[in-house]
Design a protein around this ligand. Structure first.
Ligand code: NDP
Ligand code: OXD
Length: 306
C-alpha cells in the first residue's frame, strides 16, 4: 500500500515517521511531481496538480476538520474525502470558547485593565440568565463546546441543519428556526463548516438580530463573517465585542482594522490545533478499516460540502 503526503505548512518528516510507525506495511513518501500512483493521501492545501496526477486515490485524508479549501479543487472522482473527526481538537475548542465566553461574561479584561492602573474596582455582578450562548453548528466540535458551556450554568442554545438533542442545550434547526435562535442569543459562537450556505452568514442583518450588546466568537472560518458589518455594529455600540480566531486572509494583513479595534480580541487560528499523534492514529485506523472494506466516520458529503 502506498501513501502520499502533501502539505507545505508543516515539516513532513515527523508525519512520515509517525505514519510509517503506525502502518509498517505501507510505503509512505512526500509527494513530488511525477510520482507513481498512491492508494491514499494525507494532505493540507495541496496544489491541483497533486490530484490531477494522483487520480486513482482510494481516499484523501485531510489534516484538518474543515475541508472548504480542498473542495475548491477537482478531487479524484472515485476517492473518498475524509476529514479529521475530533482527533484532539474538540477539547481544545471547548477550552478556547469557554475561556472567551467567561472572559467576556465576567469582564475579566476590564478588571485586568483596572488593576494595571492600580484601581481596586469591583464590577457589578452579572446574571447568567442574561448571557445566553448560542452555538452555530452542533457537529463534532460544536456539540463538545455547547456541552462544556452547560457546566457553567449559562443558558446554552444550538443551531444545526438537522435537529440535534443535547442534554442542557436548547436546540434549533434549519432556516425556519434561525431567526428565533439569533433573537434568543447574546453570545454567538460560530462552529459551522464553510459552505455555499454558510458563507457570509454573520452579516449586518443576522448580527443585528442578536440580543442588544451581543458578543461574537468566530472560530470556524473567516469567510463566515462580513468584516465591515462587524466593525460597523461594534462602532455603533450594537455589538459589545468579538473574539476572532479565523480570518478571510490568513495571516491577517498588517493593515486590517481588526488588529487595532479595542473591542476585538484576536488569535492566529490557534483555537484547535491539529495534533500529529492523535491525527496519525485516527488516519491509520481508518486506512486499515478501508483496507478491510469497512466504513469510516468523517467522510465528507460532497453535496453538502462538509
Ligand atoms: P461537523 O461537520 O462535525 O459539524 C458541522 C455542524 O454544522 C453540524 O451540526 C451541521 O448540521 C451544521 N451545519 C452545517 N451546515 C449547516 C447549515 N447550512 N445550517 C445549519 N447547520 C449547519 O464539523 P466540526 O464540528 O468538526 O467542525 C466545524 C468547523 O470548525 C470546521 O468545518 C472548520 O471550518 C472549523 N475548525 C476550525 C478550527 C480552528 O482552529 N479555528 C479547527 C478545526 C475546525 P448537522 O448536524 O445537521 O449536519
Ligand atoms: C481545521 C483547522 O479545519 O485547523 O482543522 O482550521
Amino acid at each position: 500500500m502506498k501513501i502520499s503526503f502533501c502539505c507545505n505548512v508543516t515539516p513532513p518528516e515527523p508525519w512520515l515517521i509517525d505514519l510509517r510507525a503506525a502502518l509498517p506495511q505501507a510505503f509512505v513518501t512526500v509527494w513530488s511531481r511525477g510520482d507513481a500512483p498512491a492508494d491514499y493521501a494525507v494532505v493540507w492545501a495541496p496544489p491541483q496538480q497533486f490530484f490531477d496526477e494522483q487520480s486513482q486515490l482510494k481516499a484523501v485524508f485531510s489534516m484538518g476538520a474543515g475541508v472548504d479549501a480542498l473542495l475548491k479543487l477537482r478531487l479524484p472522482p472515485a476517492s473518498l474525502l475524509v476529514r479529521l473527526d475530533d482527533a484532539g481538537m474538540a477539547v481544545q475548542m471547548a477550552e478556547y470558547v469557554c475561556h472567551a465566553v467567561i472572559r467576556h461574561f465576567r469582564e475579566f479584561d476590564v478588571t485586568a485593565g483596572d488593576v494595571q492602573h492600580g484601581l481596586w474596582a469591583q464590577r457589578p455582578v452579572r446574571r447568567r440568565a442574561d448571557y445566553p450562548v448560542g452555538v452555530l453548528g452542533l457537529g463534532v466540535l460544536g456539540a463538545r463546546v455547547a456541552t462544556a458551556l452547560t457546566q457553567f450554568e449559562i443558558p446554552v442554545l444550538g443551531w444545526s441543519r438537522s435537529a440535534r438533542a443535547l442534554p442542557g442545550v436548547r436546540g434549533y434547526s434549519g432556516a425556519a428556526q434561525f431567526h428565533d435562535f439569533l433573537a434568543a442569543t447574546r453570545i454567538l459562537v460560530c462552529l459551522l463548516p464553510l459552505t455555499d450556505e454558510t458563507r457570509d452568514l454573520l452579516n449586518r442583518d443576522t448580527l443585528s438580530r442578536l440580543q442588544p450588546g451581543a458578543y461574537v466568537i468566530n472560530v470556524a472560518r473567516g469567510a463566515h463573517l462580513v468584516d465591515e458589518d462587524l466593525l460597523a455594529l461594534l462602532d455603533s455600540g450594537q455589538l459589545a465585542g468579538a473574539t476572532l480566531d479565523v480570518f478571510r486572509t490568513e495571516p491577517l494583513p498588517a493593515d486590517h482594522a481588526f488588529w487595532r479595534h479595542p473591542a476585538i480580541t484576536l488569535t492566529p487560528h490557534t483555537s484547535a490545533r491539529t495534533l500529529r499523534a492523535d491525527s496519525v492514529a485516527q488516519i491509520a485506523g481508518k486506512i486499515l478499516a478501508l483496507q478491510r472494506g469497512a466504513s469510516v466516520a468523517g467522510v465528507v458529503n460532497l453535496e453538502q460540502g462538509y
